[in-house]
Design a protein around this ligand. Structure first.
Ligand code: AMP
Length: 118
């Protein structure tokens, strides 16, 4: 069983922000911003590649509610999902990072020159 499935079953402790029958939001253990929340479906899905429109539709509303819950809906935030090796995905259970609470940096994400590609 993957680590996030264990968190869903409360076999591993987590700092939960919001939960319903289908989704769970909890604080990232290694925050990269003042607010760094992970949002996951309770149904195990490996990554965004396997996400269905139904999951995404309901997850969107849930993530918006999480942003309201921690009062970053007005100030702004960033939503990230890493997919596979190149995406840097460490945990193979679909999750969205919600990052906020400060002005976030935005810089080159790889050493290759993006201008050379197009
Ligand atoms: P990713 O690299 O997109 O797969 O992100 C995985 C995230 O899960 C990382 O930001 C980790 O810090 C976070 N993480 C791993 N284990 C835990 C845990 N037990 N509780 C909370 N966050 C975790």
């Amino acid at each position: 069983m993957c680590i996030f499935c264990k968190i869903i079953k409360h076999e591993i402790p987590s700092n939960i922000i919001l939960e319903n029958d289908d989704f769970l939001a909890f604080h990232d253990i290694n925050p990269k911003a003042p607010i760094h929340i992970l949002v996951i479906p309770k149904l195990h899905v490996d990554s965004f590649n396997e996400a269905t429109p139904k999951i995404m539709q309901n997850m969107t509303t849930f993530m918006q509610n999480v942003a309201k819950e921690v009062h970053i809906d007005k100030s702004g935030y960033r939503v990230i999902t890493n997919v596979g090796d190149d995406g840097g995905q460490e945990v193979k259970h679909l999750h969205f990072h919600l990052l906020g609470g400060a002005k976030l940096a935005w810089s080159h994400l790889s050493d290759s020159d993006p201008k050379g590609k197009f």
